[in-house]
Design a protein around this ligand. Structure first.
Ligand code: FMN
Ligand code: SF4
Ligand code: SF4
Length: 364
């Protein structure tokens, strides 16, 4: 957790020791969280529990594209807490969109806990790193007048199954203990009135560029790789549960749209473990990207154009290749992947035998 000892933003009160938060009747904490596999929901519940024990009234709500009421109650709260996972050094696109529309509250107090992806090696847990994620959320809150007084990270098991095998159960338990301890210490500091005005390091700032790319293109690209293999029962749970509303069922099979946040909920929590990141789609997308990039450089630009116009035309051609990749190649390959003779081939995946991760007790 990042903290310093600067003065908290609430008025000094003679009835409480210096550095403590004054305890008023009916203090309200609004917790708003976004969670893929339950780590952020767990941290939110744990922090909420600690504040409840201090006689705060706590209102916890999930932020989802299809649940518009997450903004309700935030203006009445004495403290707003946001909990969310780091996804490519960024909050999820759903969280960013929500923060851009959060009601303005000049001087309203807010705190942020970002859940990161920890792992386990050589007998101890290794913490994750949220990069720009919590800082971007803080900047967005400040734009709407809020004052961010505490900002922290809690490392829970990594759930990015499209990139790596989540830790095995006994290791996951150890990492969860670490995450719980970090979230609990964060809550204790927040309740005790320790104010944090964290400074952004250069590394965090630099990771902001990656986070922009991830929100713009990365998360969409990863969604184009999802397929449901032959074990899919067409239950539709993934479509109902997706917090971004990115999955629709078509002819009994889930189809992913570019609204995907890449939270990895569907792929980790599908009851039959049927969702895969297709190795065949990765290969074909790579080939298509190379062809489009070569074409962008090879297409002739008329010699009669002045120099600056030729440069602009070339930049436009290069910019066109990712647009074509998402608007043409991805839907074509996606349609092919669900047609029967090809479906089995497209279901081949490097992550077929990977463990699936879900925070204990998480039932979205
Ligand atoms: C697409 C994706 C990107 C991720 N990027 C990061 C990251 O930048 N830093 C990190 O520490 N963990 C990263 N993780 C891991 C998650 O942030 C971590 O597992 C988190 O605890 C998940 O919380 P949740 O269960 O509330 O979704 C990423 C996970 C996914 C699925
Ligand atoms: S992919 Fe999984 S959750 Fe989605 S419909 Fe098939 S079995 Fe159900
Ligand atoms: S499609 Fe899957 S990974 Fe994407 S936002 Fe929905 S649940 Fe998360």
């Amino acid at each position: 957790m990042h903290s310093n000892n600067s003065a908290p933003p609430w008025p000094a009160c003679s009835c409480v020791p210096a550095g403590s938060r004054p305890i008023l009747i009916s203090m309200k904490l609004a917790i708003r969280y976004h969670s893929g596999t339950g780590n952020s929901a767990r941290a939110a519940a744990l922090i909420g529990g600690q504040f409840s024990a201090l006689a705060w009234s706590v209102d916890v709500r999930e932020i989802r594209r299809d649940l518009p009421d997450a903004c309700d109650g935030v203006l009445d709260a004495d403290l707003l807490l946001l909990a969310f996972p780091a996804l490519g050094f960024s909050p999820s696109a759903t969280m960013v969109a929500w923060l851009r529309g959060i009601p303005r509250k000049t001087g309203g107090e807010a705190a942020i806990i970002c859940c990161t992806g920890g792992d386990y090696a050589k007998g101890s847990s290794i913490g994750g790193w949220g990069g720009d994620a919590p800082y971007l959320a803080a900047r967005l809150l400040r734009k709407r007048g809020w004052v961010v007084t505490a900002l922290g990270e809690a490392s829970y098991p990594v759930n990015w199954i499209q990139a790596m095998n989540p830790p095995e159960q006994s290791y996951a338990r150890e990492i969860i203990k670490r995450g719980d301890a970090e979230a609990s210490a964060f809550a204790a500091g927040l309740a005790g009135g320790s104010s944090a005005n964290p400074r952004e390091s250069l590394a965090r700032r630099v990771s902001g560029a990656v986070s922009v790319l991830f929100r713009l293109a990365g998360r969409r690209f990863f969604s184009t790789l999802f397929v449901a293999d032959a074990t899919c029962t067409s239950c539709g749970w993934c479509a109902r549960s997706c917090p971004a509303g990115a999955i629709t069922m078509k002819k009994g099979l889930p189809r992913w749209s570019l609204r995907c946040d890449s939270c990895n909920r569907c792929v980790n929590l599908c009851p039959t473990g049927s969702i895969q990141s297709s190795s065949v789609l990765i290969g074909l997308h790579l080939v298509a990207a190379i062809i489009l990039a070569i074409a962008a450089f090879a297409v002739p630009v008329p010699e009669s154009f002045p120099g600056y116009a030729r440069a602009i035309a070339r930049i436009l051609l290069i910019a066109l290749s990712p647009v074509l990749q998402f608007s043409l190649v991805a839907p074509l390959l996606g349609a092919l992947a669900v047609v029967n003779p090809f479906r089995r081939v497209f279901s081949r995946s490097f992550m077929k035998d990977f463990r699936r991760y879900r925070a204990p007790g998480f039932r979205p």
